[in-house]
Design a protein around this ligand. Structure first.
Ligand SMILES: NC(=O)c1ccc[n+]([C@@H]2O[C@H](COP(=O)([O-])OP(=O)(O)OC[C@H]3O[C@@H](n4cnc5c(N)ncnc54)[C@H](OP(=O)(O)O)[C@@H]3O)[C@@H](O)[C@H]2O)c1
Length: 350
């Protein structure tokens, strides 16, 4: 007897097959995982024009997954703000997206996330010029094998992936709240290899610096912070989700992990497959009921696979406090200026 292709039995079988696929790790994260799950669940694309009238900001939009996300958001009808650090390449990306989607409502903002002054400036520009902000995709990121400190005195991986996005969200929180916006952070399966290791994140040793470990720590921190944002600011109506794109064939992977890229190339996802879950999280209506979650292929995933990598509530709070001090913004106070009732209604989260 064939299993029915919809209904509770099919859903249960699909969930079981998906869970088995997740346990294979490589199968799950590769292109195979994407193709199998698309078939298992019979995904529909987001509805045409699902984001018409909405405004979306994508960081790292000049290449790879950020460019694919900008293209997908533009196809759905959003006004898209492309944030890049190189004006020429980011404007090329804007032209390409316009040509491919026919959506002319695309805008470039230039900021190097390794400079917090840049982040403050663009956040203020966006807050001044945009009447709403419905989606933020924190995508910009890099894996570097060289120890490098930013002008703000932080290790560059930690600043680009953790502190700068924290500052950007904090600075844009009022606008996001007014639009019941969605904040989506692009993390990585690399984070499964580590716990939080805040001391190493905040002040890594320059001698024997291991870029892969620094990247994994930053990606773990993104997932923990995503949970913290949801706990602390879910009451505003803004939702916070982290997603893992799987392994996708991008310039970033080619340049930072050439050996990995050579071997895995046949099973890497396309950038469009890598951003499918981002676009789904940005547009699905209603948004997922619970926020602060980690997603891969439109399904919630565990945040811990290995013993010793779970993060305690105390460490999560320490991470938040470190971001407040490193970024110079306390989001818990940033809404206060917007009116007498704009403070968090309950006491601190656990
Ligand atoms: N591809 C994968 O398999 C994979 C897997 C898991 C997670 N991810 C995550 O996906 C995100 C995108 O990666 P990708 O693979 O698309 O890499 P990519 O092709 O190298 O794109 C990275 C983007 O981030 C930008 N960027 C890097 N540092 C920046 C800074 N300091 N300020 C502003 N923009 C900066 C880059 O700008 P430039 O063009 O100027 O360099 C580029 O636009 C990253 O967060 C990465 O960790 C990727």
């Amino acid at each position: 007897m064939n299993a029915p292709s919809s209904g509770p039995l099919h859903s249960a079988l699909a969930e079981a097959a998906d869970a088995a696929l997740e346990d294979t790790v490589v199968g799950s994260i590769s292109r195979v995982g994407f193709l199998v799950r698309r078939r298992l669940y019979g995904w529909d694309g987001p509805a045409d024009g699902a984001l018409r009238g909405k405004v979306a900001l994508v960081t790292g939009a000049s290449s790879g997954l950020g460019l694919a996300a900008a293209r997908g958001l533009a196809e759905l009808g959003a006004r898209v703000v492309l944030l890049g650090r190189d004006p020429g390449r980011t404007d090329e990306a804007r032209s390409l997206v316009e040509e491919e989607t026919g959506n002319p409502d695309l805008h470039v903002v230039v900021a190097d996330l390794a400079r917090l002054a840049d982040v403050r400036r663009v956040a203020d520009d966006i807050a001044e010029t945009c009447s709403r902000l419905d989606v933020v995709v924190h995508n910009a990121g890099t894996l570097t094998h060289r120890y490098e400190r930013t002008v703000d005195g932080l290790e560059v991986t930690a600043q680009t992936h953790v502190v700068a996005p924290f500052l950007l969200t904090g600075r844009l929180l009022g606008l996001l709240e007014a639009s019941r916006g969605r904040v989506i952070t692009v993390t990585s399966g690399g984070m499964y290899t580590t716990g939080l290791a805040l001391d190493a994140l905040a002040a890594p040793e320059s001698d024997g610096f291991d870029g892969v470990k620094a990247y994994a720590r930053a990606k773990r921190a993104q997932v923990v912070l995503n949970e913290q944002w949801a706990k602390r600011f879910g009451w505003t109506g803004v939702t916070f989700q982290a997603m893992h794109p799987g392994w996708a064939d991008t310039a970033g992977v080619r340049s930072s992990l050439p050996g990995f890229h050579r071997v895995m190339r046949p099973i890497l996802r396309t950038p469009a497959q890598g951003v499918d879950t981002t676009l789904w999280l940005a547009s699905v209506d209603p948004p997922p009921a619970r926020d602060g979650q980690l997603w891969l292929d439109r399904h919630r995933r565990r945040t811990v696979h290995l013993p010793g990598t779970a993060v305690s509530a105390i460490d999560a709070t320490r991470l938040w406090d470190w971001c407040v001090s490193a970024s110079g913004i306390d989001p818990e106070r940033s809404l206060e200026g917007l009116g007498p009732d704009r403070t968090r209604p309950t006491t601190s989260p656990s």
